[in-house]
Design a protein around this ligand. Structure first.
Ligand SMILES: [Fe+2]
Ligand SMILES: [Fe+2]
Length: 221
């Protein structure tokens, strides 16, 4: 594990609302489907890191961090693929939920805003993956899945921490927090609504509990 990926700021609050019990129920009911989707997510996370490296090719610090990140995501892909193979579940293409494209649509076109938004969107996706993997690690009835998701959790937490550090160093805390708050609301919006069909459940399919409801549920008013 690269020390470059370690950082102390993973405690920044990324998500504006927690995933709903309905999402967890749907994901647990279709474990193999979520696992196939997860394999695709790991590969896509590596792809995003590479894309950013290519977009900003002369930024050495960025290159070093994102190269390590891309390698780690590919290792995760291999881990998920190995589990799929043990379960004799073929890797097949799946229709992606609107989540990724609706977040990408939030990225502003001109630099340097494009860089800030791209890092924050990547960090938000990492943060949501981490939150949902933690739910699966705690609640999956299958011990193999609990183990896999549990193992991946620590790295995913470092990943959104890494994107945070990249933003803060380049744009400062105030600008970063302000934009993160806006994008975090768009992230919740992208996960709002109800699943149209059971087989459309994905790592990033709809299912969030609005912040006001979750505060009530946990007894805070
Ligand atoms: Fe990963
Ligand atoms: Fe990640």
């Amino acid at each position: 594990m690269s020390a470059l990926l370690e950082n102390p700021t993973a405690r920044v609050r990324w998500l504006a609302a927690p995933s709903s019990p309905a999402w967890l129920e749907q994901a647990i009911a279709r474990p193999d489907l979520v696992l196939i989707d997860h394999a695709h997510c790991e590969r896509k996370a590596a792809g995003v890191a590479l894309q950013l490296m290519f977009r900003y090719p002369s930024d050495e610090q960025l290159g070093a961090l994102l190269s390590a990140l891309a390698r780690e995501e590919l290792e995760h892909f291999e881990q998920v693929l190995a589990l799929l193979q043990r379960r004799e579940v073929p890797l097949r293409p799946l229709a992606a939920p609107a989540y990724g494209s609706s977040l990408m649509a939030q990225v502003r076109k001109g630099e340097p805003q494009r860089m800030l938004d791209s890092f924050l969107v990547a960090g938000l996706i990492e943060a949501r993956s981490h939150e949902r993997m933690a739910l699966l690690a705690a609640h999956s009835p299958d011990p193999d899945l609990r183990e896999l998701y549990g193992e991946l959790l620590a790295s995913e937490a470092r990943h959104f921490g890494l994107y945070w550090v990249l933003c803060e160093q380049r744009f400062g805390r105030e600008v970063t927090v302000e934009r993160l708050e806006q994008l975090a609301l768009a992230e919740v919006e992208a996960l709002s609504g109800e699943l149209a069909q059971d087989d459309l459940v994905r790592m990033h399919s709809v299912g969030v509990t609005p912040a006001a409801d979750s505060a009530r549920q946990s007894g805070r008013r």
